[in-house]
Design a protein around this ligand. Structure first.
Ligand code: HEM
Length: 255
């Protein structure tokens, strides 16, 4: 394992930190920077956008907000894919995407109450993370196509079905995070806020890359502001007469 590195990509070792027993990290006992600011801002913007999009999905009145949050998620995932290639050490896919053998080993160890310690994402949690990234692209692509009348009623059904699968996976993800926090005796939610976890100094990233996170946040806020400016008086569907909208949810459009 090499010393902590600096560059945009924290370019040092591309190999994942070798799993050790949880007690080894506890023995190390240091709080180290693991999640850079772009990963954290990305994550919480995803949570907020997904929650907002879900809550507004049935309302015609909030259609523009729903669509805006969907586009936001698509943009965030596009950013995350790039950051997964060039970002800091634990943000890079090459550092946390593992094969089935590693997933099985990690899962077994967890069930046996001997959790492996991974400085970055663990192999089991990574499954949900990759699913959420893929499902975001699927849900936003079907949403966009439907919103632009590129399909019929079936597309709406697919969009809603993918969104429901995504909600389920998000639930599993949160359950897994809570379980992981308990079994690894590490508050993973707090780590996704502060960026810090218990670990060995040589596994730390050196820079939080706050400037990149600020740029991302500014881009999202600017996009939201632009969308707000283009909102029609009825607050509904941007730039489109209400009766031309074929992609709507009628279930409880009480608004
Ligand atoms: C309140 C609900 C949520 C909490 C508390 C939460 C918490 C977390 C935590 C602690 C991690 C890091 C896991 C680890 O240590 O390996 C994480 C990662 C992640 N979560 Fe969540 N999560 C939530 C909801 C969501 C939702 C709704 C989505 C997707 C729409 C999502 C997508 C992701 C992704 C993509 C990652 C990987 C982060 C990265 O490497 O960029 N999460 N989440």
């Amino acid at each position: 394992m090499s010393a902590p590195s600096a560059s945009p990509a924290d370019w040092s070792p591309r190999t994942p930190a070798a799993p050790t027993q949880a007690c080894a990290a506890a023995a190390a006992g240091r709080r180290i920077l693991v999640w850079d600011a772009p990963v954290r801002v990305f994550h919480w913007l995803m949570v907020a956008s997904f929650a907002g999009a879900w809550l507004t999905s049935e309302s015609e009145r909030f259609r523009l907000l729903h669509v805006t949050l969907g586009y936001t998620m698509a943009g965030l995932v596009a950013f995350r894919i790039v950051w997964g290639l060039v970002g800091t050490r634990h943000a890079r896919f090459s550092n946390f995407v593992r094969g089935p053998a590693a997933v099985t080993r990690h899962f077994r160890a967890m069930l046996q109450g001997r959790p492996e310690q991974h400085t970055g994402h663990n192999p089991t949690g990574t499954l949900a993370i990759l699913a959420l990234l893929g499902l975001t692209l699927a849900v936003t692509a079907t949403g966009w196509a439907g919103f632009n009348d590129l399909g019929g009623e079936w597309l709406k059904e697919v969009h809603e079905a993918v969104a429901s699968v995504m909600l389920t996976v998000a639930g599993i993800h949160v359950g897994g995070v809570l379980f992981g926090s308990w079994i690894e005796r590490e508050n993973l939610v707090r780590a996704m806020v502060t960026g810090r976890k218990t670990g060995r100094p040589q596994d730390a990233i050196r820079s939080a890359w706050r400037s990149v996170a600020l740029l991302m946040l500014a881009a999202v806020l600017a996009f939201w502001w632009l969308q707000w400016q283009s909102a029609p008086a009825d607050g509904g569907v941007s730039g489109r007469p209400a009766d031309s909208v074929k992609f709507e949810h009628h279930d409880h459009d009480a608004d």
